[in-house]
Write a protein that binds this ligand. Structure first.
Ligand SMILES: Nc1nc2c(c(=O)[nH]1)N[C@H]1C(S)=C(S)[C@@H](COP(=O)(O)OP(=O)(O)OC[C@H]3O[C@@H](n4cnc5c(=O)[nH]c(N)nc54)[C@H](O)[C@@H]3O)O[C@H]1N2
Ligand SMILES: Nc1nc2c(c(=O)[nH]1)N[C@H]1C(S)=C(S)[C@@H](COP(=O)(O)OP(=O)(O)OC[C@H]3O[C@@H](n4cnc5c(=O)[nH]c(N)nc54)[C@H](O)[C@@H]3O)O[C@H]1N2
Ligand code: SF4
Ligand SMILES: [Mo]
Length: 883
């Protein structure tokens, strides 16, 4: 018997439907849900590897109070008592919640209701502040409501797809795959990618605009100016359905293509090619993400994009619209419940009318009447001692907030830090007084909303481990113990959903975009059986609504959309002589944020296994930095170490560092410790893509790798990176201090007790060492002056099956596979574990298309995430045939 569960992927905002087939023996098979509108059966590499992240290693399974295990009764009582105490002493503004777009809507709703309606302050903010805040401001200013007009089909139906500030191929892979397929079927479609660096997404670009970082507002304002010049305005639409046109066009008038080219650091002809595509294409979709939002002028950039769509009438019809793609699985759900400190609830703000309405609905003793502190200000208020208690749920701010060292310091001195997390040890949980074990994906029940407003269910298919509980339950229990029992007596998440749906419709009368009133009457069974539906779901749209604004009615009081004059500004964090390079940060294909889940899956770590700093080869040469060497990056706020990756696709003057690595996976590699806490004045979103830094070589006297069966912490004072391996500890290391005696060093940091040693002494103090016990390899260590070139898969195999023959043992000692097996090289296709060297060999022996490679090696045939890299390898190696 096989039971099949339909749920939603817990990673990105694409919100793919996932099926879990569960055999009687418990074995799980993960697949894409063919019935889900977001992915229609597809999954990317992270979604496909979900099954490998479900083990309980590292999970927090028991509440802890002041470092001691505690019962739930005690932990909940302590949270309530300590919060109440601080509120009594210092008032409600002295406490705060910091939540996450990875909470489910039901969790989020309860957190928001407790803080804003019952504690009576609006100090609840979320990691969406770092992610979506600018997009929300952009939509609200333009449409009078936080309403994403588009759906994924629009991308497929567009004639021109503009991807700006989005590495779609890596961050939203299934949307990217849909685009790739659509383009194959409609070859006339054009794709423009706007990104300072050449990314995997550029693979599909007809035009790539590697603009100077932070200059998108000028580009889009220039495009508006071009539209005016070319008679491309939709005058009828502007006259009847929009306001602000005149002032906006006046502000755009000076942005000629020449001026744009200069400001954006682009060749004029590239700018013109883009602009001409606007006038020759009937439908456009602009998909934008963190390269737009994470900026001190992010909200204005969003409006510059929306202005262009309104002016050209490219909105409210199939194939057209400004589409902000969300990052987290429930970033949109957080926006719906009001999880940002400057929203009250259900798309309502803090006017007297709205606060009164929400208070009546909640029947609450009090209500927050003013916006609360946004994320960056909140942690600064903690540092200043104004906020004395914070409850952090589903996010890891000691890693992900700007000025992360200061955040860590603020938490260290905060009188009360409560953390709800699924993992026992994160950089943030380390600093908590009270730790509450939350249910993880697969164990918890609730709903999420994706980028195209589609609400779907996350369903449980695993039993709750240990003492872990659902976030909504934890919050409700604390609320009850704080004295708010009646309003938080929920027995099941369906009751919360139904209340949330009722609030969305409460005295709405068409004034608020978010309205799912028709779902308010749902009972538990209906909620359990929910199929994906796109909001609004009301009398007008009983089956949901794919696309908004088809009727050209917007949510401002006059029913019109608003164009907003934009003055393009350069980033606030400017480079200087001391900090001459721009640090750009973002995502890699196979990791999710602070790696608490993806960092567990060995195959997801083979693609890129160390924190790296991508740098243009000429910049590297000028700074004396060799490819693959360790570099030190520093800013006035902090410093980090990473591996240099020279790449001609990187813009000169900029470097790129992934946001993922943190104290659990590397020694000194939290990139956010370098980012200044500078935010957009309108949205409060930090400028995470533009920090002035200095990069310099970090000279090392040795580099090493160790694989061992025991779980041992890495030595301090060196560069190290932990690589996930099934059942093994694996560190890549480098150090500045020469080591005279490797065996003594190993004994001190990793212990060699009880091992039979096989060693090879190498030149310049290098050493290879294999530690054996009872015929099994226990430890393999390789140290050299330069990074040892190892065949890692072969070494890992030796731990599973000890090499039996003399030559095999020698090969292991040398860090190589058996003589007849070529080294695999870095993994390119994570789904089938296909390494670069095998791919290059196949290309050289005649596989000159991704299809041919797939047929020969299977690479790229499952999730397709590696196709851009395969094509790049083909380009590089197709001409170098081996005889
Ligand atoms: N694999 C993976 N996927 C993810 C996530 C993950 O952690 N891992 N996280 C999810 C989340 S929460 C989010 S928010 C999304 C983010 O998804 P994306 O926004 O696509 O991802 P990023 O890599 O943060 O940034 C996108 C691009 O912005 C570019 N950029 C930097 N400065 C500028 C600029 O001035 N102008 C322009 N036009 N571009 C610029 C960067 O070079 C980068 O390539 O991804 C989601 N998906
Ligand atoms: N420099 C730089 N910094 C950035 C960004 C960037 O591009 N550059 N991007 C920003 C963006 S867009 C985002 S979204 C943030 C993301 O940053 P974070 O939100 O800090 O990252 P995560 O690792 O996703 O943290 C989620 C935490 O919740 C836990 N968790 C998982 N499931 C559950 C659950 O069901 N319940 C509870 N209670 N906990 C759970 C996980 O173990 C993990 O510790 O980072 C931001 N920071
Ligand atoms: S694209 Fe990948 S990570 Fe995003 S929801 Fe789909 S399967 Fe999950
Ligand atoms: Mo995000």
């Amino acid at each position: 018997m096989t039971a099949v569960h339909c749920t939603t992927c817990p990673y990105c905002g694409v919100g793919c439907g996932v099926t879990i087939a569960q055999q009687n023996n418990g074995a799980l098979t993960i697949g894409g849900d063919t019935a889900h509108p977001a992915n229609q059966g597809r999954l990317c590499v992270k979604g496909s590897a979900l099954g490998e992240t479900l083990d309980l290693a590292g999970r927090l399974l028991q509440p802890q109070v002041d470092g001691q295990s505690a019962t739930w009764e005690r932990a909940l009582g302590q949270v309530a008592q300590r919060f109440n105490h601080i509120i009594e002493q210092h008032g409600p503004q002295a406490v705060a919640f910091y939540a996450s777009g990875q909470l489910l809507t039901e969790d989020y709703y309860v957190a928001n209701k407790l803080m804003k309606g019952f504690i009576g302050a609006a100090n609840i903010d979320t990691n969406s502040r770092l992610c979506m805040a600018s997009a929300v401001v952009g939509y609200k200013r333009a449409f009078g409501g936080d309403a994403v007009p588009c759906c994924y089909e629009d991308i497929e139906q567009a004639d021109l797809v503009i991807l700006t500030g989005s590495n779609t191929a890596w961050a939203h892979p299934v949307v990217y795959q849909r685009l790739v397929n659509a383009r194959q079927q409609r070859p006339q479609m054009r794709v423009v990618v706007i990104d300072p660096r050449e990314t995997a997404t550029c693979d599909i670009a007809d035009v790539h605009l590697p603009l100077q970082p932070g200059t998108d507002a000028a580009l889009f304002t220039g495009a508006l100016c071009w539209l005016v010049e070319q008679d491309g305005l939709d005058s009828a639409f502007l006259q009847q359905h929009a306001s602000g046109t005149e002032a906006t066009l006046a502000a755009a008038a000076e942005w000629t293509p020449q001026r744009v080219a200069e400001f954006c650091g682009l060749p004029l002809r590239t700018v013109l090619t883009f602009f001409q595509l606007l006038t020759t294409s009937y439908n456009w979709v602009t998909l934008y993400s963190m390269g737009i939002n994470q900026s001190a002028s992010g909200a204005d950039k969003c409006n510059a994009i929306i202005n262009l769509h309104l002016a050209g009438g490219r909105i409210g019809r199939a194939g057209s619209g400004p589409f902000s793609i969300t990052g987290q699985p429930n970033a949109m759900g957080g926006r719906e419940v009001g999880g940002l400190a400057n929203q009250l609830a259900a798309h309502m703000g803090f006017s007297a009318e709205e606060t009164d309405r929400v208070q009546r609905f909640w029947q609450s003793p009090r209500i927050a009447r003013q916006p609360g502190l946004n994320a960056v200000a909140l942690f600064q208020a903690i540092a200043a001692g104004q906020v004395k208690a914070v409850w952090i749920m589903g996010t890891n701010p000691a890693v992900s907030l700007p000025d992360a060292d200061a955040v860590r310091q603020a938490l260290k001195q905060c009188p009360l830090v409560v953390v709800s997390d699924v993992m026992a040890m994160t950089d943030t949980a380390e600093l908590a007084h009270i730790r509450l074990p939350a249910l993880a994906w697969g164990e918890k029940e609730g709903s999420v909303t994706n980028s195209e407003r589609c609400i779907s269910r996350q369903r449980a298919f695993l039993s709750p481990p240990g003492q872990a509980r659902a976030d909504w339950w934890i919050l409700s229990q604390v609320a009850q113990r704080m004295g708010y029992g009646e309003a938080f007596g929920y027995q099941h998440p369906s009751e919360i959903f139904s209340e949330h749906a009722a609030l969305s419709a409460f005295e709405n009368n068409g004034t608020r975009a978010f309205d799912i009133g028709l779902l308010a009457g749902w009972d538990k069974q209906q909620w359990l059986g929910m199929t994906p539906v796109q909001w609004p779901v009301n009398e007008q749209h009983p089956a949901g609504c794919r696309r908004l604004f088809g009727d050209k009615r917007f949510f401002h009081a006059d029913g019109k959309a608003r164009l907003l004059p934009v003055t393009p500004r350069l980033p606030q964090n400017a480079v200087s002589q001391r900090y001459p390079l721009v640090l750009n940060t973002g995502r890699i294909r196979d990791q999710w944020h602070t790696m608490t889940r993806t960092g567990k899956a060995a195959r997801l770590m083979r693609h890129l296994s160390e924190p790296f700093c991508e740098i243009h080869p000429q910049d590297a040469a000028e700074l004396g930095i060799a490819d693959s060497s360790v570099v030190r990056l520093s800013s006035p706020h902090g410093w980090m170490l990473a591996r240099a990756q020279c790449s001609p696709g990187q813009r000169r003057g900029s470097v790129f560092v992934p946001m993922h690595w943190n104290g659990q996976f590397t020694g000194q590699g939290r990139v956010d410790s370098l980012i200044p806490p500078v935010v957009d004045a309108d949205s409060g979103q930090p400028e995470s893509k533009h920090a002035p830094v200095r990069v310099s070589p970090w000279p090392v006297s040795w580099q090493a790798e160790i694989f061992l069966r025991a779980e041992v912490a890495a030595p301090k004072g060196i560069y190290w990176s932990r690589v996930a391996q099934d059942g093994l500890t694996h560190y890549i290391m480098a150090g500045q201090q020469p080591v005279e005696d490797w065996q003594a060093w190993l004994q001190q940091h990793f212990t060699l007790a009880g091992l039979t040693l096989q060693t090879a002494q190498l030149a310049q103090r290098g050493l290879h060492l294999i530690g054996w016990r009872q015929g099994e390899v226990q430890l393999a260590f390789y140290a050299r002056q330069h990074a040892p070139a190892l065949d890692r898969p072969a070494i890992l195999t030796a731990f599973k099956q000890a090499p039996a023959s003399g030559p095999q043992r020698l090969a292991l000692l040398a860090g190589r596979g058996a003589a007849d097996q070529p080294a695999a090289g870095a993994t390119v296709c994570s789904c089938f574990g296909v390494g670069e060297n095998r791919i290059i060999a196949a290309i050289q022996s005649g596989c000159h298309s991704a299809k041919a490679l797939g047929a020969s090696l299977q690479c790229g045939t499952h999730c397709g995430s590696c196709l851009p890299e395969l094509k790049k390898l083909i380009q590089q190696h197709a001409s170098q045939r081996v005889a």
